[in-house]
Design a protein around this ligand. Structure first.
Ligand code: AHM
Ligand code: MG
Length: 337
């Protein structure tokens, strides 16, 4: 019988490979997976909330039901603040970064950037959503309050990044810069189990994911690429398949496993792109690169080399199979306007 390896065991085993590791990152991951389980539980009964509400009851926590993205934000924030290993957090749900200064937190070295519930507009229709996280070491000295500078670091400084996808099963996929591993949640045991070891993004794929409804607003290079995807050519397995969930985590996850490309370019509606650099693009870029893929904001513009200037900064985003991303870059190079 093959033994199950839980996420907790996997992290402890890996930690042994890093002499001098203090266990702080392991504690941080333990907070992430606890919050993930709570959010998983809540999302799984999202459709029931109105029913219990109609009976005049509060939800199971005895609280007034909150929007799930606010709920997820609170759960991750509370879990991360409780371990004494994180000194600050920035979230899509909060305008400013939050300082954790109680107890050991002030002296902690890690900061976390998070999108607690990405694609939350999909919840009402029972479509997968996700949590995205990105972890850095602070720049400011331990023992002092974190500053904005701690959060405005380029993606190439990430210590770890990952996501949780609340899909037909719930999974956590993460990297600490040493490959990408995926863990599927077994709700009967209450643990994440190693299910996808050393994930590799296929160099080529046949799936392209983009909100094609915005076609008229896209830059010419992107329009040309879309047309390229749709042309018949047996040698390159075209026309490709179009798949767009509208939930970055789910679209990325599918492409990671099957091979493909996700595109959110600039448009007249979103002149800088829609996705947020620090807690959407950078963590996905880190995962993509660690799995052998590529992530750029345009031709020859590596996402992880962008120096951020704002917490909620947006960036155009092209991520996925290396050869597919390079093809888009070629079109953007040829049609720069
Ligand atoms: P959100 O963080 O407000 O949920 O927005 C991010 C989401 C991504 O998950 C998704 O890929 C994209 O926005 C979809 O945008 P659009 O509806 O414009 O295609
Ligand atoms: Mg988001």
């Amino acid at each position: 019988m093959r033994l199950i390896q839980t996420l907790g065991e996997f992290i402890i085993n890996r930690q042994a490979e890093y002499p001098g590791a203090t266990g702080e990152l392991s504690a941080l991951f333990s907070a992430l997976r606890l919050a993930a389980k709570v959010v998983h539980r809540e999302i799984n009964k999202a459709g029931l909330v109105d029913i219990t509400g109609a009976a005049g009851e509060d939800n199971v926590q005895g609280e007034e039901q909150q929007k799930l993205d606010v709920y997820a934000n609170e759960k991750f924030k509370t879990a991360l603040a409780a371990r004494g290993v994180v000194c600050g957090l920035a979230s899509e749900e909060e305008e400013n970064f939050v300082r954790f200064e109680e107890g050991l937190n002030l002296k902690a070295k890690y900061i976390v950037l998070i999108d607690p519930l990405d694609g939350s507009s999909n919840i009402d229709v029972n479509v997968s959503v996700g949590t995205i996280f990105s972890i850095y070491k602070r720049i400011s000295p331990a023992g002092t309050p974190v500053t904005e500078e701690d959060f405005l670091q380029p993606g190439n400084k990430q210590v770890a990044a990952g996501y949780i996808v609340y899909g037909s099963s719930t999974m956590m996929v993460y990297t600490t810069g040493n490959g990408v591993n995926g863990f599927t949640y077994d709700p009967t045991l209450g643990v994440f189990c190693l299910s996808h070891e050393s994930m590799q993004l296929p160099e080529d794929g046949i799936i392209y994911s983009i909100n094609e409804g915005n076609y008229v607003h896209f830059p010419t290079g992107v329009k040309k690429y879309i047309k390229y995807c749709q042309v018949e050519d047996d040698a390159t397995r075209r026309p490709y398949t179009s798949r767009y969930i509208g939930s970055l985590v789910s679209d990325f996850h599918r492409n990671l496993i099957k091979g493909g490309i996700y595109l959110y370019p600039t448009s007249s509606r979103y002149p800088n792109g829609k996705l947020r650099l620090l807690y959407e693009c950078n963590p996905m870029a880190f995962l993509a690169e660690q799995a052998g893929g590529k992530a750029v904001a345009g031709d020859n513009k590596r996402i992880m080399d962008i120096n951020p200037t704002e917490l909620h900064q947006r960036a155009p985003f092209f991520v996925g199979s290396k050869n597919m991303v390079e093809k888009v870059e070629a079109f953007l190079r040829e049609f720069p306007k």
